[in-house]
Design a protein. Structure first.
Length: 274
């Protein structure tokens, strides 16, 4: 329903309607202002929502990578100013939010980009970090040309299967949803990088099986429920609610890359206790 409301609002009256929907979430509201400024070709408004220390990253090109290189065109505040000063003089594509999820300072959005010639829109998946009322990081994760609205549903189905296996403490079923060489990333191993660094202990099927048989030896560690999700192609970002036996509740933001029905990589982006 939330995705539908955002999409309808973007069709009818993007600035006012979308801002109203996101008013309860400051980080999402600032990301919406970013898109509104681009659609209005307003360089001052665009720069106003970016931190002076903003860093903007390209899409990843290497295997098992979530984050690409710092952009040569728009990687810093000065580059954004110089680039859009010229680009806003030309006919520009329109960016419309299809859906977004957020946890704390992190926002992951899917947007449709419609060119002036009105060809079928390309869709992009982008992560933002909002601090002190401004966007200080933008990570371009994926782009799919001429994407259909349901492109990503298959990836979401796989992460739902993963949730079911975890809630059943089904270690073999859980491990069976991963490629043999899948990687698991966590920010505590490198907090300076979105998603962190890979686990040195879980890196192939044998190590993954050992780890999860041990984890589930006494039953499920928590009951997990996916409460919100946004996906594009093989990428899916889930908000997961963890309910632990001691009564604690945590929300987690995770990105999975799914290929051929199996998870290729898992990036744990953030968690937040209620």
């Amino acid at each position: 329903m939330r995705a539908l409301l955002l999409l309808i609002a973007s069709w009818l009256c993007p600035p006012a309607a979308l801002a109203a929907i996101a008013s309860a979430n400051v980080a999402e509201a600032i990301v919406l202002k970013h898109f509104e400024a681009r659609n209005r070709a307003d360089p001052d408004a665009l720069l106003a929502v970016l931190s002076p220390d903003v860093q903007i990253y390209e899409r990843p090109k290497d295997p098992h990578r979530l984050v690409g290189l710092l952009s040569d065109q728009v990687g810093t505040h000065d580059r954004v100013h110089n680039y859009f000063r010229d680009e806003f003089q030309k006919p520009r594509p329109r960016h419309e939010i299809v859906d977004m999820v957020s946890l704390g300072e992190l926002v992951v959005s899917r947007a449709a980009i419609t060119l002036p010639d009105h060809t079928p829109p390309d869709h992009v998946l982008t992560a933002f970090r909002v601090r002190d009322g401004a966007i200080d990081r933008i990570w371009h994760i994926a782009m799919v040309e001429d994407a259909t609205p349901d492109l990503g549903a298959d990836a979401q189905a796989v992460t739902r299967q993963l949730q079911i296996a975890a809630n059943r403490a089904d270690a073999d079923g859980f491990v069976g949803l991963f490629h043999d060489d899948a990687r698991h990333f966590h920010p505590r191993r490198d907090p300076s990088v979105l998603g962190g660094a890979p686990s040195p202990k879980v890196f192939d099927r044998a190590s993954r099986t050992r780890a999860h048989r041990e984890m589930f030896a006494n039953g499920p560690t928590a009951q997990v429920r996916i409460t919100d999700s946004v996906a594009l192609g093989e990428w899916v970002a889930d908000i997961e609610e963890f309910r632990f036996p001691d009564g604690r509740i945590e929300d987690h933001l995770t990105i999975n890359r799914v290929r051929d029905g199996l998870i290729l990589d898992t990036w744990h982006l953030a968690d937040q206790e209620r």
